[in-house]
Design a protein around this ligand. Structure first.
Ligand code: PLP
Length: 390
């Protein structure tokens, strides 16, 4: 049996999600905006999913806007969040370690005359709140940072960012919106404290054993965004387009299932991560952990470098042994550009080229982690011998 350790890229949908989506496609095919019974049934299905997603955000259903996924949620939060506040200022603060859907949105804003300021991350990929504080001025309208970094698993001090924004508002009377890309934490870590203070949160269905093509944007009470898509006025006018009812339904069920076992699932992922790391460290020397250790990182993501071994070569060797991993984010893997996240952390070219990301999901077991560790050790030892690594 293959071992799938690339759950940060995407997850296998739960069988119950697949069955539910199939039944919605077959039976609940009405347009949720239609006034007849078929439309009302579809509207009820979307309403139930909205409630489920909202409760995982620890929010009210009225704060959830369904989107096509994490990319659209991030684009909407940043482009539309900034544009809606352009009269208040032009500065947006983020980091160089963000997902491309954040960085490319910021690049578009820069072309429109916004001022994008990059706060520093440390050698473990953690944002330094003091560096954000140093970038605050009267022109700041938005701060955007991932809650969990998708490559290193670093849990970012997003609540500290909210506190900085609140203190700034008290001092100056001017509000700064805080957006957290929660794509890698939604359904994995508790979001209650963050949702209470953040203005905008992004989530994506396919990262938590739901379908691709469904995501959500939490829009807080005080947040203002202009819509990215305009037309029929669905989603309270914030996201036009006929709702993707089957995917939204599947996303809702996946969120519901994740919510019910949040802590137990995180503990299971943590056990896989611990077992894999211990096995690798016991079998080969010079293993570099890219990202924070222990509770400062997500239990779902482990990023390692093996000096003397290229990550891509290792990835394909592991694939031959039935272990699927990645060299970083799936969206940049095909560009062969090297990880911009690890570069922002100050890693050398060799360390970046040697990086491998293991990411865990509900279907993984500790026995798989042990088997994967053996495969990694055998491959690294062989490549190092071939390369005369000392
Ligand atoms: C942190 C983060 N943000 C955003 C995205 C984009 O999500 P989607 O694939 O649903 O567009 C991803 C997906 O890899 C991600 O890991």
């Amino acid at each position: 049996m293959d071992i799938y350790f690339d759950n940060a890229a995407t997850t296998r949908p739960h069988d119950d999600v697949i069955a539910y989506m199939a039944s919605v496609m077959r039976e609940t095919y009405g347009n949720p905006s239609a006034l007849h019974g078929a439309g009302l049934a579809a509207e009820r299905t979307v309403r139930e999913a909205r409630g489920r997603v909202a409760s995982l955000f620890c929010a009210d259903a009225g704060n959830v806007v369904f989107t096509s996924g994490g990319t659209e949620s991030n684009n909407t939060a940043i482009l539309c969040g900034a544009r809606a506040r352009r009269r208040q200022g032009r500065r947006v603060i983020t980091t160089r370690a963000e997902h491309p859907s954040v960085l490319e949105s910021c690049a578009l804003l820069a072309a429109e005359g916004f001022d994008i300021a990059f706060a520093d991350v440390d050698g473990e990929g953690r944002l330094l709140p003091a560096s954000v504080e140093a970038l605050l001025n009267g022109d700041v309208i938005l701060i955007s940072c991932a809650h969990v970094n998708n490559e290193t698993g670093a849990i970012q001090p997003t609540e500290a960012l909210c506190a900085l924004a609140e203190a700034h508002e008290k001092r100056t009377g001017k509000r700064i919106a805080v957006h957290a890309d929660a794509v890698q934490s939604f359904g994995k870590l508790p979001l209650e404290a963050l949702a209470r203070r953040a203005d905008l949160l992004s989530a994506s269905g396919h990262k938590l054993h739901g379908p691709k093509g469904a995501g959500a944007l939490f829009v807080g009470r005080n947040a203002r965004i202009d819509p990215l898509l305009v037309g029929g006025g669905q989603e309270r006018g914030l996201r036009s387009g006929t709702e993707n009812v089957p995917a939204i339904a599947g996303f809702g069920l996946a969120a519901h299932m994740a919510h019910a076992h949040l802590a137990a699932r995180a503990e299971k992922a943590a056990a896989c991560k611990r077992r894999l790391l211990a096995g690798v460290r016991a079998g080969v020397r010079d293993v570099r952990l890219n990202g924070p250790d222990g509770a400062a990182a997500s239990p779902y993501i482990l990023n390692l470098s093996f000096p003397g071994v290229k990550g891509e070569v290792l990835l394909h060797d592991l694939e031959q042994r039935g272990v699927f991993v990645s060299t970083g984010a799936a969206c940049s893997a095909r560009k062969h550009a090297g990880s911009h996240v690890l570069a922002a952390m100050g890693l050398s070219r060799a360390e970046i080229e040697g990086a491998i990301r293991f990411s865990f999901g509900d279907f993984n077991t500790e026995a798989e982690a042990e088997r994967a560790a053996e495969a990694v050790c055998a491959a690294v030892a062989r490549f190092r011998k071939l390369g005369r690594y000392r």
